[in-house]
Design a protein around this ligand. Structure first.
Ligand SMILES: *Cc1c(COP(=O)(O)O)cnc(C)c1O
Length: 360
C-alpha cells in the first residue's frame, strides 16, 4: 500500500515492532533513560539549545499548549494564516480569550512579510504572532526566516506550527528565533500518532511566568520540572509511542538531518514534475511549494473523489482530498517521513493509468 496522506504516515518495520514491547514503569529508570535520550535527539532535530518537551497529544494539543503556556486572556495576538491549520491556531487563541487579529492570505499564497510588517505597524501593539511553517492544507511552506525577522523587529513572541515540517524541512529553531515550535509524531517522524514535541525558548519561559490562560495538563513548567528533576513526564505518557519514537530517532540520526531534508526535496520535486508531466498543475504558488506535501489542482475533467477512490481501491494508493472550501478542488500527495523517489514513481504510475478513466 502507498499511504500518501500528510499523517499518519507509514512507519518502518523496526518502529512498528518496537510498539509491541511489554509496558514498563513510566516512573522507573528504563523509561527515564529513554525519555532523556529521545529529548536530546529531538533537541538536535529542532536545532535548539533551548528546551524540548514531549507531550502525550496529537499536534493540535501541542498548538493549544503553545497558546495557554505563553498568553493571557485579552492579549493581542496577530494570526498569520495561509490555510486551515493557520485558522485553527487563531481559533484556539480566540477560544482562550486572546484578542486575535486575523491576517489571512488567500489559499495557495504564502504569507507576505511586508504585509505582515504593515499590519503590525498599523495595529500594534501585539504580544505574539502565530504562524504555520508548512501549511498542510494548501501544500505550501512559508518563508519563516523572513516572517520571524518581522516578528522580532517588534519583539513579538513567535509561536510556530511546524507540525508537518520539523524533522523533514529545515527549521533551525534558534537561528530563526522561534519561541515555541510544535510538531507531532505521526507526521515526518515515521512514528505512530500519540506524541507531540515542542521547543520552548528563554523568551517563551518569560512569557510562561506571566501567562494567565488556564492550563493544567499542558503546563510546560511541570513538564520541565519532571524532566529535569526525575526524568519523568508529569502524566502517564504514551509509552508504546515512546518506544517507537526512540527507534525512529536512531534512524534519523543514522541518515542525518541534511540528508533527510535533501531526500524530501528530491521526492517533492519528483512529485511536482510527475503531476505536471501528466498535465496537472500545482495548486500553491510554486515558489513556495512544500517539500512534505504536494497539493494538485483537480483535473479539469472528472471528479476528484472518483479519482481518489479508484487510486485507493484498485492501486492501493491513498491520497488526501482538499479540506473545507478546497474540497473537490484539489488533491494532496503526502511525502513526509518514510518516503523515497521509488514510492513517488508508484504514485505517478497509478495516477497516469487512472486519470484518463475519470476524464472519460
Ligand atoms: C496535521 C497538522 C495539524 C494537526 O495535527 P493533529 O495531530 O491532527 O492534531 C496541525 N497543523 C499542521 C500544519 C498539520 O499538518
Amino acid at each position: 500500500m502507498q499511504l500518501r496522506i500528510p499523517g499518519p504516515t507509514p512507519c518502518p518495520e523496526e518502529v512498528l515492532q518496537a510498539q509491541t514491547r511489554q509496558m514498563i514503569n513510566h516512573r522507573g529508570k528504563e523509561f527515564g533513560d529513554l525519555l532523556q535520550r529521545v529529548t536530546g535527539q529531538l533537541k538536535r532535530c529542532f536545532q535548539t539549545e533551548g528546551d524540548v518537551l514531549i507531550l502525550t497529544a496529537s499536534g493540535t494539543g501541542a498548538m493549544e499548549a503553545a497558546v495557554v503556556n505563553t498568553l493571557s486572556p485579552s492579549d493581542r495576538v496577530l494570526s498569520v494564516s495561509v490555510g486551515v491549520f493557520g485558522d485553527r491556531f487563531a481559533d484556539i487563541a480566540e477560544q482562550f480569550g486572546a484578542e486575535v487579529k486575523r491576517l489571512r492570505f488567500e489559499n495557495g499564497s504564502a504569507a507576505d512579510p511586508d504585509t505582515v510588517r504593515r499590519t503590525i505597524k498599523a495595529e500594534s501593539p501585539f504580544k505574539a504572532m502565530l504562524v504555520t511553517h508548512n501549511e498542510t492544507s494548501t501544500g505550501l511552506t512559508n518563508d519563516l526566516a523572513s516572517l520571524s525577522a518581522v516578528a522580532k523587529e517588534f519583539d513579538l513572541l513567535l509561536l510556530v506550527d511546524g507540525i508537518s515540517s520539523v524533522g523533514s524541512i529545515d527549521l533551525p529553531v534558534d537561528r530563526w528565533q522561534c519561541d515555541v515550535v510544535v510538531t507531532a509524531s505521526q507526521k515526518g517522524w515515521m512514528t505512530p500518532p500519540g506524541l507531540a514535541m515542542v521547543s520552548v525558548s528563554q523568551k517563551a519561559w518569560k512569557a510562561h511566568e506571566q501567562a494567565k490562560m488556564p492550563r493544567f495538563y499542558w503546563d510546560f513548567g511541570k513538564a520541565k520540572r519532571f524532566l529535569e528533576e526525575k526524568s519523568e513526564t508529569p502524566w502517564t505518557p504514551a509509552v508504546s509511542t515512546f518506544y517507537a519514537l526512540g527507534v525512529a530517532l536512531n534512524m534519523v540520526e543514522r541518515e542525518t538531518l541534511p540528508n533527510i531534508f535533501a531526500r524530501h526535496a528530491r521526492v517533492a520535486k519528483a512529485a511536482r514534475d510527475g503531476v505536471k508531466s501528466l498535465g496537472l498543475s500545482i495548486f500553491p504558488d510554486e515558489a513556495f511549494a512544500s517539500n512534505t506535501i504536494t497539493a494538485v489542482r483537480a483535473p479539469e475533467k472528472g471528479d476528484v473523489k472518483e479519482l481518489l477512490r479508484i487510486l485507493r481501491e484498485e492501486h492501493k494508493v491513498v491520497l488526501a482530498g482538499g479540506q473545507r472550501e478546497l474540497d473537490g478542488k484539489i488533491f494532496r500527495i503526502g511525502h513526509l517521513g518514510l518516503v523515497t523517489e521509488a514510492d513517488m514513481a508508484e504514485v505517478m504510475s497509478a495516477l497516469k493509468t487512472t486519470l484518463p478513466r475519470v476524464a472519460a
